[in-house]
Ligand binder design. Structure first.
Ligand code: F6R
Length: 612
C-alpha cells in the first residue's frame, strides 16, 4: 500500500526522501509527493511514479533538513495531483502523510464542514489534517502534540502518519494504528519509513512503533508515548538486512532476481532447523506453542493470495504427516463470518509482509476466542509476528517484486518442515521415512538450481503465448495449490485471464472452455495421481487444447502427448510443490516481459495490503 518516508537531522532531506520513495515504490505507486521544511514548508506532489515527482521538482527549491515523502496507492479518491500526499490543513498549520484508511472520515468531514472547513481533495488524509488543525485552533494553548493526540482519539480506522506543524517546525510526530511505521535512529538524526527498506542504507538501529503509540521526534531527541499520553521507553532493535538484498543486483527485474534467489532463500529457511546429520527438524519458534499444537483438535490456516496458496499446500502436508485435521481459509472471509473457534484450535497465519490487514484482523479474532496463534512470516519485526503467540520466520530476505515468488517457496518450506516435525513428534512418521523426507527436503535447493538452468528454454516457449487471452492451470493433490499459484502469477503480472483447477474438476465445467486457442498448463510430475493426470491431458488434447506439461525428468509418455514439456528433477511427492512452481513463475515472468508489462509494479497492485 502507500509508502511513508521522513527525515529529521542535519543532512539535506530531499535526497534521502526521494531515494527512500524509490525503495518504497513497490508498496504502491499511483502518485507521490514530498514536503520539505526549512523555516517554511514547501510541498511538491504529482500523479505518477517517483520519477515523475523527481522531474517535477527538478528546478524547485529542495532545501531543508526536515521532510516527509509519500507514495500513494489510492483508496479514497482517484490518483491525481490533488489527492496525492502530503495534505495541508486549510489554514496551512499542519502537513500530513498517511498510510491506512480512516473509516469514519465522512462523519468527521461533515462536522468540519459545519465548522467552516472546505476540502481540496477527496482523501481521508486531508480530513485528518483539518481535524488536527481544528482542534489546535480552538485552543492554541494545548499545543501541537496534544492536538494530534486528541484528533487521533476521534479517528476510527487504521493509520501510520507523519505530521509536521508550521508553528513548531523543529519536530515531526509519527503515530501508528494498524499501519506499520519504523523509525531509524542515527547520530543526531532520525529516519521514518513504513518498512525498513529505505532506512537500512542509513542505519541498522530501529524502533518499531506499536499500535496506539506516537513519537515526538526532534533531531536530537525522541519521545515515545501512547496516544493516551503515557510515556514509554523506546526499544531500539538492530535489523539484519543488507543493501544488496534490496537492490536488483544486475537482474532486469526484482521478480527475476527473487525467482533466482530461491535456492539460497530456501537454504536460509533451513538454516539451523534442518539437519541431515542429526536426522532432525526443529523449529525453535514453535517451542512455546508445541504443547498446544500437539494436542490441537484442529489447525486453521489463514492467509491471503499467494500466502493462502501456501496454506493449501500446508493442509495436504499437515494432514498427511502430522495427522491433524486442517482447514484453510481466506483471512478476509474468516474475520467476518463468525467462525467457530475453540481453545484447542491452533491457527497458523501466513504472510510475507506481516502487515496484511485482513490477516491481522483474523489473528485478533482467533486470539479473542482463545485459540493459539502461530505466525509464518517473512518480514522480521512486522505486525503479525508481534501479534502471534509463537511463530516461524521464513527468512527469504526482502521481497520487493509485487508478485510473490521466493516468499511462497519459503512459506511452503516452513510448512513442510512443520508437518514433518509434528508428524515425528506425534509418532506418525517412522524414523526411516523421516530421514528420507529430510533428505528430500535438503535436496530441494540444488534441484531448483537445475530447473533455473532452463530459464532460456522457458523464455523461448513463452514467446508462443504473448498474445494469449486465457490460460488454464491444472494440478492434483498437493499440486492443485501450485496450479492456483501459477494462474495467479500470470494474472497479476501479464493481465492474461487464468484459472487454476484441480485436474479432475476440469470435466465438471472448465472443459467447455477448451479449444485450439486455449493453453492448458498441467502439473504432471510422477506421483500417485500421475496416471489420472495423463488421462486429463488426453482429454485436453482430444479437444485440441495446447498442453504445456510440467513433468518429471525423462517422462516420455507425456512428452509424446503434450505440445510443450518442462522437466523438473525427480523428487519425493511432498516437495514437488517447491519444484513445480518454479517453471510457472518463469513462464509468467517471460510472458509478462514479452507483453511489455511492468513486472515489478503491476497495475492496481500493492505489495503490502494494509487496508481491507
Ligand atoms: C501475489 C501476492 C499477494 C499476496 C497477498 C498476501 O503474488 O503477492 O497475493 O500474497 O497480498 O500478502 P502477505 O503474504 O504479505 O500477507
Amino acid at each position: 500500500m502507500c509508502g511513508i518516508v521522513g527525515y529529521i537531522g542535519n543532512k539535506d532531506a530531499y535526497p534521502i526522501l526521494i531515494n527512500g520513495l524509490k525503495r518504497l515504490e513497490y508498496r504502491g505507486y499511483d502518485s507521490a509527493g514530498i514536503a520539505l521544511i526549512n523555516g517554511e514548508t514547501r510541498t511538491y506532489k504529482c500523479k505518477g511514479k517517483v520519477s515523475d515527482l523527481e522531474n517535477f521538482v527538478a528546478n524547485q527549491d529542495k532545501s531543508g533538513n526536515i521532510g516527509m515523502g509519500h507514495t500513494r496507492w489510492a483508496t479514497h479518491g482517484e490518483p491525481n495531483d490533488v489527492n496525492a500526499h502530503p495534505h495541508i490543513s486549510l489554514h496551512g498549520h499542519f502537513t500530513v502523510i498517511h498510510n491506512g484508511i480512516i473509516e469514519n472520515y465522512d462523519v468527521l468531514k461533515r462536522d468540519l464542514i459545519k465548522n467552516g472547513y472546505s476540502f481540496k481533495s477527496e482523501t481521508d488524509t486531508e480530513v485528518l489534517a483539518n481535524l488536527i488543525e481544528y482542534i489546535y485552533l480552538k485552543d492554541e494553548k494545548i499545543g501541537v502534540e496534544t492536538a494530534v493526540r486528541l484528533a487521533l482519539g476521534k479517528v476510527i480506522g487504521a493509520y501510520g502518519i507523519l505530521v509536521a506543524a508550521k508553528q513548531e517546525n523543529n519536530f515531526l510526530i509519527a503515530a501508528r494504528k494498524g499501519s506499520p511505521l519504523v523509525i531509524g535512529v542515527g547520530e543526531g538524526e532520525y529516519y521514518f519509513a513504513s518498512d525498513a527498506t529505505p532506512i537500512v542504507e542509513h542505519t541498522k538501529s530501529v524502533i518499531y512503533l506499536d499500535d496506539d503509540h506516537m513519537a515526538i521526534v526532534e533531531k536530537n531527541n525522541l519521545m515515545l508515548k501512547t496516544i493516551h499520553n503515557d510515556l514509554l521507553e523506546p526499544e531500539v532493535k538492530q535489523i539484519d538486512i543488507n543493501i544488496e538484498a534490496i537492490e536488483k543486483g544486475g537482474y532486469d527485474h526484482f521478480m527475476l532476481k527473487e525467482i533466482f534467489e530461491q535456492p539460497s532463500a530456501i537454504r536460509d529457511t533451513f538454516r539451523g532447523r534442518v539437519s541431515e546429520r542429526h536426522n532432525r527438524i526443529y523449529l525453535g519458534g514453535l517451542h512455546t506453542a508445541l504443547p498446544k499444537i500437539n494436542v490441537a483438535k484442529r489447525i486453521i490456516i489463514i492467509g491471503c493470495g499467494t500466502s493462502w496458496h501456501a496454506g493449501l499446500v500446508g493442509e495436504y502436508l499437515l494432514e498427511e504427516y502430522a495427522r491433524i485435521p486442517v482447514e484453510v481459509e481466506y483471512a478476509s472471509e474468516f474475520r467476518y463470518r463468525n467462525p467457530i473457534i475453540n481453545e484447542d484450535d491452533v491457527v497458523i497465519a501466513i504472510s510475507q509482509s506481516g502487515e496484511t490487514a485482513d490477516t491481522l484482523a483474523a489473528i485478533k479474532l482467533a486470539k479473542e476466542k482463545g485459540a493459539t496463534v502461530v505466525g509464518v512470516c517473512n518480514v522480521v519485526g512486522s505486525s503479525i509476528p508481534r501479534e502471534t503467540h509463537a511463530g516461524v520466520y521464513t527468512h527469504a530476505g526482502p521481497e520487493i517484486g509485487v508478485a510473490s515468488t521466493k516468499a511462497f517457496t519459503a512459506q511452503v518450506t516452513v510448512l513442510t518442515m512443520m508437518a514433518l516435525m509434528l508428524g515425528r513428534e506425534r509418532g506418525n512418521i517412522k524414523a526411516d521415512l523421516y530421514l528420507q523426507m529430510i533428505k528430500a527436503l535438503s535436496a530441494v535447493p540444488e534441484k531448483i538450481e537445475v530447473i533455473l538452468k532452463q530459464a532460456d528454454l522457458i523464455k523461448e516457449l513463452s514467446a508462443q503465448f504473448t498474445n494469449a487471452h486465457n490460460f488454464i492451470y491444472l494440478g492434483r493433490g498437493v499440486l492443485f495449490p501450485v496450479a492456483l499459484e501459477g494462474a495467479l502469477k500470470l494474472k497479476e503480472i501479464s493481465y492474461i485471464h487464468a484459472e487454476g483447477y484441480p485436474a479432475a474438476e476440469m470435466k465438471h465445467g472448465p472443459i467447455a472452455l477448451i479449444d485450439e486457442k486455449m493453453p492448458v498448463v498441467v502439473i504432471a510430475t510422477k506421483d500417485k495421481s500421475y496416471e489420472k493426470v495423463v488421462s486429463n491431458i488426453q482429454e485436453v488434447k482430444a479437444r485440441k487444447g495446447i498442453v504445456i506439461a510440467i513433468v518429471t525428468q525423462g517422462d516420455h509418455v507425456i512428452r509424446n502427448l503434450a505440445d510443450y514439456v518442462i522437466e523438473v528433477p525427480d523428487s519425493h511427492e511432498a516437495v514437488a510443490p517447491l519444484l513445480t512452481v518454479i517453471p510457472l513463475q518463469l513462464l509468467s515472468y517471460y510472458i509478462a516481459v514479452a507483453r511489455g508489462c511492468n513486472v515489478d509494479q503491476p497495475r492496481n497492485l500493492a505489495k503490502s495490503v494494509t487496508v481491507e
